[in-house]
Write a protein that binds this ligand. Sequence first.
Ligand code: PRP
Ligand code: URA
Length: 217
Amino acid sequence: MPSQLRIYVPDHPLIKHWLAVARDVNTPTVLFKSAMTELGRWLTYEATRYWLPTLELNVQTPAAVCPATVINPEVPIAVIPILRAGLGLLEGAQTLLPLASVYHLGLVRNEETLEPSCYLNKLPEKFAPETRVLIVDPMLATGGSMMAAMKELTNRGADPSLMRIISVVAAPPALQKLSLEYPGLNIYTAIIDESLDDNGYIVPGLGDAGDRTFGTL
Ligand code: PRP
Ligand code: URA
């Protein structure tokens, strides 16, 4: 079992392209939403490598029997979008994981204290121990929201080593917090940015991901 936080920044032109679109302050809401969908798709593609449970079997082609690998339908897959901004990534993730259960978790940061509070929790009481859990939230800033989400998930039996987090922009404070508490966690992000400003926003970042996704700036 890995004992160190693993942060992957996939070197993929589509991820870089859609990150550039999302970062641009002149990108209108409708295109920003498309960028989030695409980033959700490609980051999920990267994160599901070596993570999705598979079965080896034989299939009959029109010509012969041959060995094949399929996704194991017996192992539960859960996608957890952290509202609101995580909803932007969800659609892309779902195109790759159409059979996954989606459990919404609504968290919002207090603008002054930056502490998250939970206003919606649709998590199940208990996760089966083998459940693959994909958490989707585009911004890891102070890390307070993701730490709160991890607590809710692990309290319900989710195994951090079977989790994958996808984010678009991650900042060092969040990565440090997660690494101390959850060594063995795997994070896939489009970029790691340098710092936070005095209001807890990532610099250079992409602004307020929730507001830009839903046109509530
Ligand atoms: C944003 C973002 C993360 C959180 C990250 O949500 O989507 O959940 O901030 O910040 P943190 O790492 O400092 O906790 P926000 O609270 O702005 O809510 P929203 O998605 O509804 O806009
Ligand atoms: N939440 C956002 O939406 N953007 C940031 O830069 C930090 C937190």
